[in-house]
Design a protein around this ligand. Structure first.
Ligand code: G1P
Length: 311
């Protein structure tokens, strides 16, 4: 079997971000920072680490801050240079000329539709997908782990992450088959199954490696859950026609599309930072020590802080 290298990644960033209003009224939700880096930067860094060369953003109206972020900020850089400031922090925002492509999704019709908008740029190659509001923290990174598996087995691979029973109705869920280490055979996929009907607790946290044939399926894909054209439904059509696996991610997942998850990500990432970790940790201890929060919550936060500070 010939395994084609994975060179391209699609980042659907056209979503409205209504869950973070008013913060996202005039700013794309993908630009929300975790400590000092926007969410989209974490996703692009994860792609670069995995050897991906071409970044394809499926964007929309009001999202031009993302384009500016990956461009040269001429006045800023000139001023910084004049003042002798280090440019190191801007290094990761500079991609190779021609390494980013933008295409607009004119109407929000669902994730499947957003991906389909990139069909001509993806062409006849396998491609990755990153949903930037899922912040995946791992060493190596999530996509690198998936690419290592892909180079062995090819086909389609989605990331898999265990969630509690009462959360399965929010996500795309895997119906698992035979397991081989972290690799799980995918027998079925279902988008946002009704409570009590999920085939497992293995959700898809927004990382995919797909073969280009999924674009042909998306071409005629009908609306699914929530009245949207669902990527999960299109992927399900490939099962049995092409190899399809899930990769159990070894690392931490932060759901930054959710306010609580976003704040937790900031806390976890801040605690890991050498420059601000000790200060934030001391503050958090003091805060939770004085706060009349339920005892379990205080214990949990204390455990997180202890683990992070030790790491
Ligand atoms: C999307 C996908 C879903 C996936 C989730 C991850 O859902 O449709 O399969 O599990 O992202 O965050 P959305 O969050 O857009 O409803």
């Amino acid at each position: 079997m010939m395994i084609k290298p994975l060179r391209k990644a699609v980042f659907p960033v056209g979503g409205l971000g209504t869950r973070f209003l008013p913060a996202t009224k005039a700013m794309p939700k993908e630009m929300l920072p975790v400590v000092d880096r926007p969410l989209i930067q974490y996703a692009v860094d994860e792609a670069l680490e995995a050897g991906i060369e071409q970044m394809i953003f499926v964007t929309g109206r009001g999202k031009s801050a993302i384009e500016d972020h990956f461009d040269i900020a001429y006045e800023l850089e000139a001023t910084m240079r004049e003042r002798g400031k280090s440019m190191e922090l801007l290094h990761q925002t500079r991609l190779k000329p021609g390494a980013v492509t933008y295409v607009r999704q004119q109407e929000p019709m669902g994730l499947g539709h957003a991906i389909w908008c990139a069909r001509d740029i993806v062409g006849d190659e396998p491609f990755a997908i990153f949903l930037a509001d899922e912040l995946m923290a791992g060493t190596p990174g999530c996509m690198k782990q998936m690419v290592d598996a892909y180079q062995q087995i090819g086909g389609n691979i989605v990331c898999g992450y265990e969630v509690p029973d009462d959360e399965t109705d929010r996500y795309g869920i895997v119906e698992p088959g035979i397991e081989n280490g972290a690799l799980v055979e995918v027998r079925g996929l279902v988008e946002k199954p009704r409570r009590g009907t999920a085939p497992s607790n293995l959700m898809i946290p927004g990382r995919y490696i797909l073969q280009p044939e999924v674009m042909q399926v998306l071409e005629t894909q009908e609306k699914g859950a929530g009245g949207e054209i669902q990527l999960t439904d299109a992927m399900a059509q490939l099962i049995g026609r092409q190899p399809f696996h899930a990769w159990r991610f070894d690392g931490e997942r932060h759901d930054c599309g959710d306010k609580a998850g976003y704040i937790q990500a900031n806390l976890a990432f801040a605690l890991q930072r050498e420059d601000i970790g000790p200060q934030v940790g001391a503050f958090a201890r003091k805060l939770f020590g004085n706060h009349p929060a339920p005892r379990e919550a205080v214990q949990l936060v204390d455990e997180v802080i202890t683990v992070q500070l030790r790491a």
